[in-house]
Design a binder for this molecule. Structure first.
Ligand code: MN
Length: 198
């Protein structure tokens, strides 16, 4: 069954002023839609046509086809990204996720510092990720639309550092975007993913 773009769980302008409405509209309606269109084209008529995104993105054979890797990866990453943001977000994680973050990074602010550095340090386009490895959490970054699934990690939170995610409002100031996005992170959703992965 072909993939489709999920509706945003909030309005385009819901994340203002941290992420502007026009960026959200173009990012969701144009960029994400293009990954879906091109991903569906790439898997049409292949053995991957009826597989889930997770099945496709953990298959070495599928990952060897750039049009599948990049576009199904883009669809998977963006679906997770929209769900990870909320106008009621921000603050810090609690419970078991907070314990795991503190254990891995020392403190939440140390985690933020390292995550921002990973986002700034990703040359060109990609993502920073908080991932689960079955017991704890760690921070990684990936190029392009590669997902943590490639390395057997469970994505808990991903932040898009492609220029299309921030350029209209922040232009070349990626660090400002990375600092602002903490205000809209939906820690409830991240904690649910952490629980499911632990
Ligand atoms: Mn994007």
């Amino acid at each position: 069954m072909a993939f489709s773009v999920p509706d945003l769980p909030y309005a385009f302008d819901a994340l203002e002023p941290h992420i502007d409405a026009l960026t959200m509209e173009i990012h969701h309606d144009k960029h994400h839609a293009a990954y879906v269109t091109n991903g569906n084209k790439a898997i049409d008529g292949t053995e991957w046509a009826d597989k889930t995104a997770e099945e496709i993105l953990t298959s070495q054979a599928a990952l060897g086809v750039p049009a599948i890797r990049n576009n199904i990866g883009g669809h998977f990453n963006h679906t997770l990204f929209w769900e990870s943001l909320s106008p009621d977000g921000g603050g810090e994680p609690s419970g078991g996720l907070a314990d795991a973050v503190n254990s891995a990074f020392g403190s939440f602010s140390d985690f933020q510092e390292k995550a921002n550095a990973a986002g700034v340090g990703r040359f060109g386009s990609g993502w920073w990720w908080l991932v689960g490895d079955g017991t704890g959490v760690e921070l990684i970054s990936t190029p392009n639309q590669d997902t943590p699934l490639i390395d057997g990690k469970t994505p808990l939170l991903g932040v898009d550092v492609w220029e299309h995610a921030y350029y209209l409002k922040y232009q070349n100031r990626r660090p400002e975007y990375l600092a602002a996005i903490w205000n809209v992170i939906n820690w409830n959703v991240v904690a649910e993913r952490f629980s499911a992965a632990s």
